[in-house]
Write a protein of this length. Sequence first.
Length: 171
Amino acid sequence: MKIKEIVQTSLIAATIIILGMIPPLPLGIIPVPVVMQNLGIMLAGALLGSKRGTIAVALVLLLALIGFPVLSGGSAGPAVFVGPTGGYLFGWLMAPSIMGYGLSQPFVNRAWSKMAVIWLVGSIWLWLVSPISLVNSLISNLAFIPGDTLKSIAVYLVAVRVQALTHVSTR
């Protein structure tokens, strides 16, 4: 990667970390809160593309794994990855690839595909590590739809504006 690409990737990773400083919103129905970091995950794919977006997310997850409190609510360490939220974190790692893949596809399709993958991976993991049934785990993701829809709209508006100002394409 060129210096400019390294800086852009680092800035998106830093943005994801900063969004983690916003306190999580507990749902009460499942042990997985609503977090603003999803917005940064979507930005990674929308602005950097598949490869560099995934690198930015992987950097944040690596920092969390080794103990830096970069996840929402200041959580970190290996326990986060094997707990109820672990599947959603693994889904984050796949999300930029989906957002960056098929850039000719409408943004809405890519955003919904990204959310569906995060929800699916997270639900299956939640079912495996908690006493929640698979069906209830899948249904519980309905609570994330309003917030993730608003985040997708915000990401679209930011991505269009940033790309217009910088004349940068993620292709």
